[in-house]
Design a protein around this ligand. Structure first.
Ligand code: KIV
Length: 285
Protein backbone atom coordinates (compact mmCIF):
# COMPACT_ATOMS: atom_id res chain seq x y z
CA UNK A 1 0.00 0.00 0.00
CA UNK A 2 1.34 3.43 -0.97
CA UNK A 3 2.74 5.65 1.76
CA UNK A 4 0.18 8.26 2.74
CA UNK A 5 2.15 10.47 5.10
CA UNK A 6 5.74 11.40 5.74
CA UNK A 7 7.60 8.63 7.57
CA UNK A 8 9.57 9.95 10.54
CA UNK A 9 11.93 8.21 12.94
CA UNK A 10 9.09 8.21 15.48
CA UNK A 11 7.00 6.09 13.05
CA UNK A 12 9.80 3.52 12.78
CA UNK A 13 10.11 3.53 16.58
CA UNK A 14 6.35 2.93 16.90
CA UNK A 15 6.58 -0.01 14.48
CA UNK A 16 9.44 -1.44 16.53
CA UNK A 17 7.51 -1.00 19.78
CA UNK A 18 4.48 -2.72 18.24
CA UNK A 19 6.63 -5.60 16.94
CA UNK A 20 5.76 -4.66 13.34
CA UNK A 21 8.47 -4.98 10.73
CA UNK A 22 9.30 -2.37 8.10
CA UNK A 23 10.92 -2.52 4.66
CA UNK A 24 13.91 -0.62 3.32
CA UNK A 25 15.32 -0.74 -0.22
CA UNK A 26 18.00 1.09 -2.14
CA UNK A 27 17.15 3.62 -4.85
CA UNK A 28 19.42 5.80 -6.95
CA UNK A 29 16.90 7.65 -9.12
CA UNK A 30 13.50 9.33 -8.91
CA UNK A 31 11.62 6.69 -10.93
CA UNK A 32 12.70 3.78 -8.76
CA UNK A 33 12.06 5.78 -5.59
CA UNK A 34 8.54 6.72 -6.71
CA UNK A 35 7.68 3.08 -7.48
CA UNK A 36 8.98 2.03 -4.07
CA UNK A 37 6.99 4.72 -2.28
CA UNK A 38 3.87 3.65 -4.19
CA UNK A 39 4.55 0.09 -3.00
CA UNK A 40 4.74 1.18 0.65
CA UNK A 41 8.50 0.93 1.22
CA UNK A 42 8.95 2.95 4.40
CA UNK A 43 12.71 3.56 4.22
CA UNK A 44 14.76 4.30 1.10
CA UNK A 45 18.54 4.18 1.11
CA UNK A 46 20.74 5.91 -1.43
CA UNK A 47 23.49 3.41 -0.74
CA UNK A 48 27.03 3.63 -2.01
CA UNK A 49 26.07 0.31 -3.62
CA UNK A 50 25.18 2.69 -6.47
CA UNK A 51 28.84 2.17 -7.42
CA UNK A 52 28.09 -0.97 -9.47
CA UNK A 53 24.61 -0.45 -11.00
CA UNK A 54 24.95 3.30 -11.68
CA UNK A 55 28.67 3.95 -12.13
CA UNK A 56 29.90 0.53 -13.29
CA UNK A 57 32.59 0.47 -10.60
CA UNK A 58 33.95 -2.78 -9.11
CA UNK A 59 33.53 -1.58 -5.51
CA UNK A 60 32.20 1.36 -3.48
CA UNK A 61 35.52 3.17 -3.01
CA UNK A 62 35.06 5.47 -6.01
CA UNK A 63 31.69 6.96 -5.00
CA UNK A 64 31.98 10.70 -4.41
CA UNK A 65 29.88 13.07 -2.32
CA UNK A 66 28.95 15.13 -5.39
CA UNK A 67 27.53 12.14 -7.28
CA UNK A 68 25.78 10.78 -4.24
CA UNK A 69 24.23 14.14 -3.30
CA UNK A 70 22.95 14.62 -6.87
CA UNK A 71 21.32 11.17 -6.90
CA UNK A 72 19.91 11.67 -3.39
CA UNK A 73 18.25 14.91 -4.49
CA UNK A 74 16.60 12.97 -7.35
CA UNK A 75 15.47 10.16 -5.03
CA UNK A 76 13.94 12.68 -2.62
CA UNK A 77 12.00 14.24 -5.53
CA UNK A 78 10.66 10.79 -6.46
CA UNK A 79 9.85 9.79 -2.88
CA UNK A 80 8.91 12.80 -0.76
CA UNK A 81 7.28 10.69 1.98
CA UNK A 82 9.75 7.87 2.62
CA UNK A 83 12.27 8.01 5.48
CA UNK A 84 15.32 8.81 3.34
CA UNK A 85 18.79 7.63 4.30
CA UNK A 86 21.97 8.52 2.41
CA UNK A 87 25.25 6.67 2.64
CA UNK A 88 28.39 8.56 3.62
CA UNK A 89 30.98 7.63 0.95
CA UNK A 90 34.46 6.25 1.66
CA UNK A 91 36.61 8.83 3.52
CA UNK A 92 33.80 11.40 3.65
CA UNK A 93 33.65 11.02 7.46
CA UNK A 94 37.32 10.57 8.29
CA UNK A 95 37.24 13.46 10.77
CA UNK A 96 34.31 14.93 12.69
CA UNK A 97 34.58 18.16 10.68
CA UNK A 98 34.39 16.28 7.36
CA UNK A 99 31.55 14.10 8.62
CA UNK A 100 29.48 17.09 9.76
CA UNK A 101 30.12 19.08 6.57
CA UNK A 102 29.29 16.16 4.26
CA UNK A 103 26.28 14.91 6.23
CA UNK A 104 25.11 18.53 6.31
CA UNK A 105 25.10 18.58 2.50
CA UNK A 106 22.77 15.56 2.44
CA UNK A 107 20.44 17.25 4.91
CA UNK A 108 20.45 20.74 3.39
CA UNK A 109 20.69 19.91 -0.34
CA UNK A 110 18.74 16.63 -0.48
CA UNK A 111 16.48 16.71 2.57
CA UNK A 112 17.49 13.32 3.96
CA UNK A 113 16.16 12.06 7.28
CA UNK A 114 19.36 10.28 8.31
CA UNK A 115 22.86 9.46 7.14
CA UNK A 116 24.39 5.98 7.24
CA UNK A 117 28.01 5.51 8.25
CA UNK A 118 29.99 2.28 7.84
CA UNK A 119 31.76 2.40 11.16
CA UNK A 120 33.26 0.75 14.23
CA UNK A 121 33.93 1.68 17.84
CA UNK A 122 37.14 3.56 16.92
CA UNK A 123 34.90 6.21 15.35
CA UNK A 124 32.62 6.72 18.36
CA UNK A 125 33.82 10.29 18.84
CA UNK A 126 32.94 11.13 15.24
CA UNK A 127 29.44 9.65 15.67
CA UNK A 128 29.02 11.66 18.90
CA UNK A 129 30.10 14.87 17.14
CA UNK A 130 27.65 14.28 14.31
CA UNK A 131 24.79 13.70 16.75
CA UNK A 132 25.89 16.77 18.73
CA UNK A 133 25.66 18.78 15.51
CA UNK A 134 22.04 17.65 15.07
CA UNK A 135 22.65 14.99 12.43
CA UNK A 136 20.55 11.79 12.65
CA UNK A 137 23.03 8.92 12.24
CA UNK A 138 22.58 5.25 11.36
CA UNK A 139 25.81 3.34 12.09
CA UNK A 140 26.33 0.41 9.70
CA UNK A 141 28.03 -2.41 11.65
CA UNK A 142 29.18 -5.93 10.82
CA UNK A 143 30.34 -6.32 7.26
CA UNK A 144 31.42 -2.89 6.05
CA UNK A 145 32.13 -3.06 2.29
CA UNK A 146 34.19 0.17 2.31
CA UNK A 147 36.80 -1.75 4.37
CA UNK A 148 36.81 -4.84 2.14
CA UNK A 149 40.14 -3.94 0.52
CA UNK A 150 41.79 -3.35 3.90
CA UNK A 151 40.31 -6.58 5.34
CA UNK A 152 41.03 -8.69 2.26
CA UNK A 153 37.44 -9.38 1.27
CA UNK A 154 33.80 -9.34 2.34
CA UNK A 155 33.59 -11.12 5.69
CA UNK A 156 30.64 -12.10 7.88
CA UNK A 157 31.04 -10.40 11.29
CA UNK A 158 30.20 -12.01 14.63
CA UNK A 159 30.52 -15.70 13.80
CA UNK A 160 32.60 -16.49 16.87
CA UNK A 161 31.21 -15.75 20.33
CA UNK A 162 33.98 -13.18 20.88
CA UNK A 163 33.18 -11.40 17.61
CA UNK A 164 29.47 -11.54 18.38
CA UNK A 165 30.05 -9.90 21.78
CA UNK A 166 32.21 -7.27 20.09
CA UNK A 167 29.47 -6.37 17.61
CA UNK A 168 26.81 -6.33 20.38
CA UNK A 169 28.95 -4.02 22.53
CA UNK A 170 29.73 -1.75 19.59
CA UNK A 171 26.01 -1.52 18.78
CA UNK A 172 25.32 -0.49 22.37
CA UNK A 173 28.05 2.15 22.28
CA UNK A 174 26.59 3.54 19.07
CA UNK A 175 23.14 3.76 20.66
CA UNK A 176 24.62 5.49 23.72
CA UNK A 177 26.35 7.93 21.37
CA UNK A 178 22.89 9.02 20.20
CA UNK A 179 22.38 7.06 16.97
CA UNK A 180 18.87 7.17 15.48
CA UNK A 181 18.94 3.60 14.14
CA UNK A 182 21.41 0.78 13.48
CA UNK A 183 22.10 -1.29 10.38
CA UNK A 184 23.68 -4.74 10.68
CA UNK A 185 25.17 -6.36 7.58
CA UNK A 186 26.13 -10.04 7.39
CA UNK A 187 25.78 -10.67 11.11
CA UNK A 188 24.47 -14.05 12.35
CA UNK A 189 20.88 -14.01 13.68
CA UNK A 190 21.92 -14.70 17.30
CA UNK A 191 23.86 -11.47 17.96
CA UNK A 192 21.39 -9.58 15.72
CA UNK A 193 18.52 -10.77 17.92
CA UNK A 194 20.29 -9.66 21.11
CA UNK A 195 21.10 -6.25 19.61
CA UNK A 196 17.52 -5.76 18.37
CA UNK A 197 15.95 -6.82 21.67
CA UNK A 198 18.17 -4.52 23.74
CA UNK A 199 18.21 -1.57 21.36
CA UNK A 200 15.80 1.32 21.97
CA UNK A 201 16.31 2.44 18.35
CA UNK A 202 15.22 0.52 15.23
CA UNK A 203 17.66 -2.11 13.98
CA UNK A 204 17.74 -2.89 10.27
CA UNK A 205 19.17 -6.15 9.01
CA UNK A 206 20.94 -6.81 5.74
CA UNK A 207 21.73 -10.50 5.95
CA UNK A 208 21.26 -10.42 9.73
CA UNK A 209 18.37 -12.85 10.14
CA UNK A 210 14.71 -12.40 10.88
CA UNK A 211 14.83 -10.79 14.33
CA UNK A 212 15.69 -7.26 13.21
CA UNK A 213 13.03 -4.53 13.16
CA UNK A 214 13.39 -3.90 9.43
CA UNK A 215 15.19 -5.41 6.46
CA UNK A 216 17.15 -3.99 3.55
CA UNK A 217 18.53 -5.37 0.31
CA UNK A 218 19.92 -3.78 -2.82
CA UNK A 219 17.02 -3.22 -5.23
CA UNK A 220 18.98 -4.25 -8.32
CA UNK A 221 19.71 -7.59 -6.61
CA UNK A 222 16.11 -8.36 -5.58
CA UNK A 223 14.78 -7.35 -9.01
CA UNK A 224 17.20 -9.65 -10.81
CA UNK A 225 18.94 -6.76 -12.60
CA UNK A 226 22.40 -7.52 -11.24
CA UNK A 227 24.58 -9.59 -13.59
CA UNK A 228 26.93 -10.71 -10.80
CA UNK A 229 26.18 -13.39 -8.20
CA UNK A 230 24.08 -11.85 -5.46
CA UNK A 231 24.78 -12.30 -1.72
CA UNK A 232 23.31 -15.36 0.02
CA UNK A 233 20.74 -13.33 1.95
CA UNK A 234 19.07 -11.88 -1.16
CA UNK A 235 15.78 -13.33 -2.40
CA UNK A 236 15.06 -12.55 -6.06
CA UNK A 237 11.51 -11.21 -6.34
CA UNK A 238 11.75 -10.78 -10.13
CA UNK A 239 14.04 -11.50 -13.04
CA UNK A 240 13.82 -8.15 -14.81
CA UNK A 241 17.13 -8.37 -16.65
CA UNK A 242 15.76 -10.97 -19.08
CA UNK A 243 12.55 -9.14 -20.16
CA UNK A 244 14.47 -5.85 -20.37
CA UNK A 245 17.08 -7.36 -22.65
CA UNK A 246 14.33 -8.99 -24.73
CA UNK A 247 12.57 -5.62 -25.09
CA UNK A 248 15.83 -3.99 -26.24
CA UNK A 249 16.42 -6.81 -28.76
CA UNK A 250 12.90 -6.44 -30.17
CA UNK A 251 13.41 -2.67 -30.47
CA UNK A 252 16.72 -3.15 -32.33
CA UNK A 253 15.09 -5.66 -34.70
CA UNK A 254 12.08 -3.43 -35.39
CA UNK A 255 14.28 -0.36 -36.01
CA UNK A 256 16.24 -2.34 -38.55
CA UNK A 257 13.27 -4.02 -40.29
CA UNK A 258 10.97 -1.00 -40.59
CA UNK A 259 8.44 -2.27 -38.06
CA UNK A 260 9.16 0.73 -35.85
CA UNK A 261 8.12 3.53 -36.08
CA UNK A 262 4.64 2.70 -37.41
CA UNK A 263 2.00 5.19 -38.69
CA UNK A 264 0.40 5.46 -35.23
CA UNK A 265 3.65 6.97 -33.91
CA UNK A 266 3.59 9.86 -36.46
CA UNK A 267 2.53 13.48 -35.91
CA UNK A 268 0.54 13.81 -39.21
CA UNK A 269 0.07 17.06 -41.18
CA UNK A 270 -3.39 18.21 -42.33
CA UNK A 271 -4.36 17.49 -45.99
CA UNK A 272 -4.18 21.16 -46.99
CA UNK A 273 -0.77 21.69 -45.45
CA UNK A 274 0.46 18.52 -47.10
CA UNK A 275 -0.65 19.85 -50.49
CA UNK A 276 1.13 23.18 -49.92
CA UNK A 277 4.29 21.37 -48.89
CA UNK A 278 4.12 19.05 -51.90
CA UNK A 279 3.73 22.07 -54.24
CA UNK A 280 6.75 23.76 -52.60
CA UNK A 281 8.86 20.61 -52.90
CA UNK A 282 7.87 20.23 -56.56
CA UNK A 283 9.08 23.77 -57.33
CA UNK A 284 12.33 23.11 -55.55
CA UNK A 285 13.10 19.88 -57.39
O1 KIV B 1 25.20 0.67 0.05
C1 KIV B 1 24.23 -0.05 0.32
O2 KIV B 1 23.30 -0.23 -0.48
C2 KIV B 1 24.19 -0.66 1.65
C3 KIV B 1 23.16 -1.70 1.89
C4 KIV B 1 23.59 -2.98 1.29
C5 KIV B 1 22.84 -1.81 3.31
O3 KIV B 1 24.98 -0.34 2.48
Amino acid sequence: MALEKKIKISDLQKLKAAGQKFAMLTAYDATMAAIQEAAGVEVILVGDSLAGPVLGLPDTIGVSMDISVALTVAVRRGAPLAYLVADMPFLSYYTAEMAIANAGRYMVEAGVDCVKVETNRKQLEIIRSMVQAGIPVMPHLGLTPQRAIQLGGYKVAGKTAADAIEVIQTAEMMVQAGSSALLLEAVPPEPAEIITRRSPVPVIGCGAGKFCDGYVVVTHDMLGLTPRKTPKFVRKYADLRTPMQQAFETYVRECKTGLYPAPEHDYPMGEEEKAVLAEWAKKKS
